[in-house]
Design a protein around this ligand. Structure first.
Ligand code: MN
Length: 227
């Protein structure tokens, strides 16, 4: 018998291709990780130190639907690859970082851009723009044993069949092993942690009724409907 004084929240999990589910502990996201996207957001594309923000584990949503959120009139898509960790630690060297990776998944870092813009201007935190309900649609996790590690390959997003975002994973300013290593100097990483690895240029607004399709080489594609 547990002695919880209220019903404990459910463990958040993401389905794994081929069976099973991946339990989620934390969700880290890297900002401005493709030069062309940094430029479109008005920033210098030089390799500044990486910076991170977080979404909540229960913002991940494998349902294939994205409900248009409240308190915004400018919701943007950001096509990303999610990195799912099976191990972690502190001060992980770059050369050992990939040993922590269980697999990869398609993900969307949906953003209330108007609220994020206001927060940036006022020097406030980003949660209100980034960490809202169902803000991270996610596809099934594909195991490293099945697809290998993703260091290159096309990433693209179309809305209603029209291409909006396109890039290559090899354009990441901070590569997956570097992201893991860097995070592990600030946080203790653990199995169940998820890292959203940034988005290529071409982010833009969606409206209810739109169908967003993200594609990444070796991860396949996922369509998410804005409802
Ligand atoms: Mn993002």
């Amino acid at each position: 018998m547990s002695d919880f004084v209220i019903a404990p929240p459910e463990t958040v999990s993401v389905p794994v291709a081929g069976g099973g589910s991946f339990p989620v502990r934390r969700v880290y996201c890297i900002g401005r990780n493709y030069a062309a996207h940094a430029v479109e957001m008005g920033h210098d594309p030089d390799r500044e130190p990486p910076f991170f923000f977080q979404k909540n584990p229960d913002n991940l949503d494998p349902s294939g639907e994205f409900p248009y959120p409240p308190k915004t009139s400018d919701v943007h898509h950001e096509a990303e690859v999610a990195v799912m960790l099976k191990a972690g630690g502190r001060d992980i060297p770059v050369e050992r970082a990939l040993e922590c990776v269980f697999g990869y998944a398609l993900a969307l870092d949906m953003t209330r851009r108007d609220l994020q813009g206001e927060a940036k201007k006022l020097g406030r935190p980003w949660e209100i723009g980034k960490a809202f309900e169902r803000s991270a649609p996610v596809g099934p996790v594909r195991r490293v044993e099945e697809i290998g590690h993703l260091a290159e390959g096309r990433i693209a997003l179309s809305v209603n069949g029209a291409l909006r975002q396109e890039g290559d994973l090899n354009q990441m300013i901070w590569k997956v092993p570097e992201m893991i290593s860097c995070l592990s100097h600030y946080f203790e990483l653990k199995a169940g942690d998820v890292i959203l690895s940034g988005t290529p240029a071409g982010v833009g607004a969606v409206k209810p009724g739109d169908a967003m399709t993200i594609e990444v080489e070796r991860l396949g594609s996922m369509t998410v409907r804005v409802v």
